[in-house]
Design a protein around this ligand. Sequence first.
Ligand SMILES: [Zn+2]
Ligand SMILES: [Zn+2]
Length: 263
Amino acid sequence: MNASTAIAMYGAALLVWCIECRQSGIFRTRLPHAARNVAVTAMAIATGGLLASAVAFGTRVGGHWGLFEKLQFTPTLRIFIGIFAIDFVEYLRHRLSHAVPFLWRFHRVHHADEELDITSTFVFHPGEVVLTIALRVGAIVLLGIPVESLLIYQAIATPLAFAQHSLLKLPWLEPTLRPVFVTPIAHKIHHERTEGAIHANFGTVFIWWDYIWRTHQNVGALPQKYGLAELDGTSITFERLLCMPSMSFDKQIAATHDRSSET
Ligand SMILES: [Zn+2]
Ligand SMILES: [Zn+2]
C-alpha cells in the first residue's frame, strides 16, 4: 500500500469514527479512548513499515525458489492462489495466537478493548506485528507469493477490517458479505467478553477457513460486552497495552495495583 492510499484509507476511517460517535452521542467520552488506540496503531504501523523491506525481499527470493516457481504456475495463478494462501496463513496465526500462551500475551492487546469501535481496528502490540510479518515472509518465500497478491489482499483486508470493528449500523452489508467474507458481526463475536479467550471466527478476510475447520460461530446479534474478563479491574492505558506481554493479569493483583495507584 503506498502512502497516499494509506492516508486516504485512514482519513476515511477517521471520518467514519466521527460519524459513528455522533450517531451514538459519545463523541466527547470517546476522545481519550481514540487517542490511546491511535497511539498504539501508530506504533504498529511504524513497526510494519520498518519491516516492509523484509517482505519485499521475501517476494524476490520466493519468486525464484518458491513452490509456485517449482510447479511453474502462471503469473495470474500465482497472484490468485497467493491471495488465499496469505489469508490461510493469517487464519493459522490467529488460531495459534489464542492457543499458545506466549502468543496470547501479545494478542490479548487486540482483545483488551471494552469499547470496540473503528479506532480498535489496528490496535496490535508491535511484538505481534513482528511475529505476523516473520510468519508471512516465511510463507512468501516457501510458496513464492508475488507482491501483487499482497497488494490486492491488503486492499481487501484493510477496509473490511475497519467495517468489522466499526459501530456504524450497516444492515445491508451483513447478508451481502456473509457467503464469502468475515462479516462485522462475525468478527465482533470474536471480540465478545468471555471468561477465557473466545475460540471462534478466527478468519481475517474469507470465512471459509472457519467453516472448514469448524471454528465458525453462528452469527445472529451483536455481543452485549467486549473485552477480557482476565483484565477486570485494570484500567487499559497506553502504557499498560505496551507492557501487556510481560504482565500477569491475575484479577486480584490487577485490582490491587489499580487501587494502590489511585491512592
Ligand atoms: Zn483474536
Ligand atoms: Zn478485531
